[in-house]
Design a protein around this ligand. Structure first.
Ligand code: HT7
Ligand code: ZN
Length: 890
């Protein structure tokens, strides 16, 4: 397969200024007539031929300036116009097959409705085009379809005409006034209804907002609409960015490869990321919907108005937009004033980063935020591009403050509105707006791997000086990451010094006239640097990398008692949580080593006592406590072991949970009762916090040898629940208790859950996922349950949500069962990757990534993983899957 290199970028030889598309929508064969105004690009080298790309298309006819031409040649992969004129109108008519399109890229049918997905390269499956983001055109779109089958016809921009046609068909014509790349084109046609709201934006203009769904889902659109309205107001307030269209539409579809897509004025969403009511969507779903609706809306400026020059610059829009949605959610969850609520969101985001991105950076798919090469661009919608990219953007804000960051954003839009640009352009705007040289900062975009900062400290009592030495490197980075590394990074390293009374000390660095503030952002630019604080009255405890000010690993030799102290006192809520996690990780890794060596478990009381104080500290918010009482996941632990051993990580975590449940039994029971949320369901972050802590208490109680309390409480909770968060929490606890005891407490509620929600696919996804992630029993391994569920009439491999609910949940979120010693999980994985490869390569490639860290596992496991990878490598057909498995095996 061809590797595309960033270094090979060349401006397009031709530009397309306008596009008029006419669709005759028929599921089996849709005819598309495409009329483009094409001209030579004055800024590019001269090429005689125009080369358009097209895939899976049937060519019908073509004309130049209205006349057929022998210069036009359709061929495998595209269409060429030989010796193209300098400026001309090109009309091409072709056809595609939406009903047969299982890849969910281009034009396809979902639940009887037509919809599109063009990012990154789906437009070429609709018609021939210069399908690259630096070719921006204005689009006019005419849709014609059967009026009964497709009463609603939508596309980007404004509706300018509609009417009836012969033979029961009708049409609608849409015009998008903004130039856009082809990846932002969209159409939707089908039986849909909309929730509507009219709002006025800052400039006083009225806007029509619509959330389109299938009729049976209309009662689940309120939260998405509220989230959209909040997003629009927040972007005006925080960044001065106003909605530029008169109409903004969201459409929910049930077959979708990712979460959502920011098509101009016509966002298309996975139903999972739109539909919510308390009976069907968990608190986590509610929060995700708010953040994804925000994310897609924010793309209107960061992605659409200013787009990417090429796909290597993907993080320009994705990293920046994730940062924006994180800030939005933090503001919505408690505002800027409520630091604890902000910290909760920050902790959740950092957990996701560590869980998804650190592993990526340590394996064969490691790549910089701005990759240098790819085989299949769909494989680069990664945690690195999105999540690490967001951290890189956040660091500008950490360095320059909110005001400085806003100045940089303003300059970026002033310079680049309407353009397709690069990550360098964004960095330059930040640098120029703040009068800084940010050349070193470029390495955050070009170097892969997670930096490690090793910290040593020295207190000079007589001189009242405290010296902090920071040394940066990349630890044991993977070969893929090492190949990209060229020098030290500029790391904004936020630090505080905690006194023996638990209070922050005022900070004064050597050379400063007076002390100022209690948190300082040190700028680490060298491989090793010393910072000396003066006037330090007693030996402090350092609070390092506050608020996780850089995507780095910090190593410092804290004692257990010091971690417990920070957990109890640090004024930085993130680092309070972090201290607890360090303590837990240390204990759990020790236990895991004991398990791996076949020794009996020996756990100190440090973690129990730390958890006791968090659990009983009523000054802490319930949501913070729920996060602080969560042990690091088995996957996180296994990745941190010298040799990954999922069985040992599982045994260690299980032992620690049982110990914590027994030692704190009374406290868990009390917390459960105290955080009951009787009465009507409230979707507020506070109420969600109570439900979260209550859920944690129930899960710990379900670990007890005698699970009678858990079974009693969970059974009652299940039966009286007025929301799915409580209902699922109860069901999980019952399943966990049953797994431990061999009881059958969960059968009735599990069957009831299915019967109750049989007609709601998103809730049935949860039913599949609960079973795929359950703890196994020796007599009934979860692989058997999963294989059984594959035969269930409600299972459908073609629907990505369903495949993710069952297959991905098992392979990615049940490590102890998936990595069974007999290799049964890997055999299943190979089967499913290959089955999906023939249906939907993008989804198959995501599943393929589950084994990419195979080299880190115990020899017995890694040999079996390798065999499974080799089998997939031999039989896979798609570029997507081949790129992943070949990189893993290389
Ligand atoms: N920008 C969107 C990316 C996306 C996508 C990419 C490849 C294949 C299917 C896709 N669906 C959506 C989503 C986002 O980040 O906002
Ligand atoms: Zn995005």
């Amino acid at each position: 397969p061809t590797t595309i290199l960033r270094a090979d970028y060349a401006a397009p030889a031709f530009l397309i200024d306008t596009v008029a598309l006419e669709f005759d929508l028929v599921p089996e064969r849709t005819v598309v007539r495409n009329t483009m105004r094409v001209r030579r690009n004055p800024a590019a080298g001269r090429a005689s031929n125009l080369e358009l790309v097209g895939e899976q298309l049937e060519f019908i006819s073509a004309a130049i300036d209205g006349h057929p031409s022998a210069a036009i040649r359709a061929h495998e992969g595209g269409l060429t116009v030989n010796d193209a004129p300098d400026a001309f109108e090109l009309t091409i008519t072709g056809a595609c097959s939406p009903a047969a399109n299982t890849t969910l890229m281009g034009l396809y049918v979902s639940g009887g409705n037509f919809c599109t997905q063009c990012e990154a390269q789906g437009f070429r499956r609709i018609t021939w085009f210069l399908d690259r983001p630096d070719v921006m055109a204005t689009f006019t779109v005419t849709l014609r379809a059967d009026k009964d089958a497709c009463p609603v016809l939508l596309s980007n921009g404004n509706l300018i005409e509609q009417g009836d046609l012969p033979d029961g068909r009708h049409y609608a014509k849409w015009e998008d006034p903004f130039k856009k790349p082809s990846y932002l084109f969209a159409l939707v046609a089908g039986k849909l209804v909309a929730l509507e709201e009219r709002i006025r934006t800052g400039s006083g203009k009225e806007k029509l907002l619509q959330v389109w769904v299938k009729p049976q889902d209309l009662d689940k659109t309120g939260h998405a609409m509220d989230s959209l309205v909040r997003s629009i107001h927040w972007d005006e307030e925080r960044f001065g960015l106003e909605l530029d269209l008169d109409r903004f539409m969201i459409v929910a579809v049930s077959d979708f490869n990712m979460g959502a897509m920011e098509n101009k004025g016509l966002n298309i969403f996975n139903t999972k990321c739109i539909l919510a009511n308390p009976e069907t969507a968990t608190d986590t779903d509610f929060a995700n919907i708010e953040s994804i609706v925000g994310h897609e809306y924010f793309h209107n400026w960061t992605g659409n108005r200013v787009t990417c020059r090429d796909w290597f610059q993907l993080s320009l829009k994705e990293g920046l937009t994730v940062f924006r949605d994180q800030e939005f959610s933090a503001a919505m969850s408690g505002g800027n004033e409520n630091e604890a609520a902000r910290a909760t969101k920050r902790i959740e985001d950092v957990c996701v980063l560590r869980q998804m991105q650190f592993g990526e950076d340590a394996g064969p798919m490691a790549h910089p935020v701005r990759p240098e090469s790819y085989v299949e661009i769909n494989n680069f919608y990664t945690a690195t591009v999105y999540r690490k990219g967001a951290e890189v953007v956040r660091m500008y804000q950490t360095l320059f403050g909110r005001e400085g960051f806003r100045k940089g954003m303003d300059l970026y839009f002033q310079r680049h509105d309407g353009q397709a640009v690069t990550c360098d352009d964004f960095r330059q705007a930040m640098a120029d707006a703040n009068g800084r040289d940010l050349s070193q900062f470029e390495r955050w975009y070009s170097q892969a791997g997670t930096p490690r900062v090793r910290v040593t400290t020295q207190y000079d009592e007589a001189g009242r000086r405290y010296r902090v030495t920071l040394a940066q490197d990349y630890g044991d980075a993977s070969p893929a990451a090492r190949a990209t590394q060229s020098g030290p990074l500029l790391i904004p390293f936020s630090i505080g010094l905690v006194g023996q009374d638990g209070a922050d000390m005022p900070l004064r660095l050597e050379g400063e006239r007076e002390a100022g503030g209690t948190t300082r952002v040190l700028e680490l630019t060298e491989a090793q640097q010393c910072f000396t604080f003066i006037d330090v009255p007693e030996k402090p405890l350092p609070s390092l990398l506050r608020d996780f000010s850089a995507p780095a690993i910090v190593e410092y030799d804290y004692g257990n008692d010091e971690l417990a102290f920070l957990l109890a006192h640090d004024s930085d809520p993130f680092n309070r949580w972090e201290a607890g996690q360090r303590l837990a990780t240390r204990e759990l890794l020790t236990l895991a080593e004991q398990a791996a060596d076949g020794r009996s478990f020996d756990m100190s009381d440090a973690l129990v006592e730390a958890f006791r104080s968090v659990l009983t500290d009523e000054s802490l918010s319930p949501s913070f406590r729920a996060l602080a009482l969560m042990l690091p996941t088995e996957t996180y632990l296994a990745e941190r072991m010298a040799v990954s051993d999922p069985a040992a990580a599982h045994a260690a975590r299980r032992f620690a949970r049982r110990r914590l449940s027994e030692a704190l039994r009374q406290e868990w029971l009390a917390a459960y009762e105290r955080h009951l949320t009787p009465g009507a369901y409230e979707a507020t972050p506070e109420a969600a916090g109570h439900r979260g802590l209550k859920g944690s208490a129930l899960m710990y109680l379900s670990e007890l040898d005698d699970p009678a309390d858990a079974v009693r409480l969970a059974t009652r909770q299940y039966d009286i629940a007025n929301n799915v968060t409580d209902r699922m929490g109860a069901l999980s606890a019952l399943m966990n208790a049953a797994a431990g005891k061999g009881g059958d407490f969960a059968k009735r509620p599990l069957d009831d859950f299915y019967a109750r929600f049989e007609h709601d696919p998103l809730v049935i996804d949860k039913w599949f996922a609960l079973q795929a992630t359950q703890r196994g029993r020796a007599e009934r391994p979860v692989i058997d349950v999963v294989r059984g569920l594959m035969q269930h009439p409600a299972f459908n491999l073609k629907n990505p949500n369903r495949a993710r609910a069952l297959i991905f949940s098992f392979c990615g979120a049940n490590p102890a069962q998936f990595h069974a010693a007999n290799g049964s999980g890997y055999a299943f994985w190979a089967e499913q990757v290959l089955a999906l490869d023939a249906i939907n390569p993008q989804v198959a490639a995501r599943l393929a990534r589950t084994l990419e860290l195979w080299r880190r596992f115990t020899p017995a496991l890694s040999a079996q993983m390798r065999a499974a990878l080799e089998q997939v490598n031999a039989d896979a057909k798609s570029r997507d899957v081949c790129e992943i498995v070949q990189k893993a095996l290389a």
